[in-house]
Design a protein around this ligand. Structure first.
Ligand SMILES: [Fe+2]
Ligand SMILES: [Fe+2]
Length: 282
């Protein structure tokens, strides 16, 4: 039994964020709102090319076009998987088949949690946890768990050559857009600052890490400080425009405030009924 997923209606070309470093975009429009959400992954060309996450199955055709225009499948040396959510491992099986020379960077926890859906090629895997660094030829890549995550397997990736950090789901925010939008912001600098603050809080509390309300603020602050002390020049997130320049410090400040941030409640059944009524009316 198989089913066909409808493809995204809007396409955005990859964004170069540093030398040899590109973000691949899928765009998901919000239900009933003039908003959109990025589903990003990344490609580092370099001496030993790296694919960072594999996008969603819904976006498979465009993802393959984007990724393999930037790097030839047989040249891919590393496939880094941040965690097992469907928007990050959607094309993992096909990618490992297409890239015969790639080593899969994952972990024991990821293997345990995701073996029910994917036959890990264990001989091609390297288990690397937070704090491990690996050599990708012309650069050292550091495995660094981001501040916020929605799976215990989550690990981010810092390219110590460019200072670009893959923050996985951290810094997730919607952006102005929605059905019919013809251009979405590629940098958080294009967002209204208040919109960005509320967007990060809304996603963090309602969709990513509701445990933020439970954390010890001092210990949480220390974790944010630990990450913000790293030599990170640019933050790329699966669900945010690029964070660069002075916005990096702003992003860490917003991250620090999240445990006590004001946040709208998630849409409930009443909202769903409004959405359904609007759909049926058209
Ligand atoms: Fe996730
Ligand atoms: Fe995600």
């Amino acid at each position: 039994m198989s089913r066909t997923l409808s493809e995204p209606t809007y396409r955005q070309e990859p964004t170069q964020v540093a030398p040899d470093t590109y973000v691949i975009h899928e765009i998901q429009h919000a239900l009933g709102q003039p908003l959109s959400v990025y589903i990003n992954s990344a490609v580092i060309q370099g001496q030993e090319p790296i694919l960072i996450d594999t996008g969603s199955r819904r976006n498979q055709r465009a993802w393959f076009e984007d990724a393999f225009t930037l790097v030839k499948p047989e040249e891919v040396r590393w496939v880094f998987i941040s965690h097992e959510d469907a928007d990050h491992v959607g094309n993992l099986e096909e990618v490992m088949e297409a890239c015969p020379n790639a080593t899969l960077v994952c972990s024991w926890a990821l293997t345990e949690r995701y073996t029910n859906a994917f036959d890990f090629p264990l001989g091609r895997c390297r288990w690397m946890d937070d704090g491990v660094t690996f050599d990708a030829g012309d650069r050292q890549m550091a495995v660094v768990r981001p501040t916020l995550y929605d799976s215990p397997t989550t690990r981010g990736l810092l390219d110590t050559k460019t200072g670009v950090y893959w923050a996985v789901d951290s810094f997730a925010t919607p952006v102005p857009g929605g059905e019919g939008a013809d251009q979405l912001p590629r940098e958080v600098a294009e967002l209204d600052d208040e919109f960005w603050t509320h967007g990060m809080a809304m996603f963090a509390i309602n969709a990513l890490a509701p445990w933020l309300r439970l954390v010890d603020k001092d210990r949480y602050d220390a974790e944010v400080q630990h990450l913000s002390d790293l030599a990170i020049t640019t933050i790329i997130s699966a669900h945010s425009p690029t964070i660069s320049g002075s916005k990096v410090a702003d992003a860490w400040a917003k991250m620090r405030d999240l445990p006590t941030a004001e946040c709208s409640p998630a849409p409930d059944q009443a909202v769903l009924e409004l959405l359904l009524a609007a759909t049926q009316a058209t």
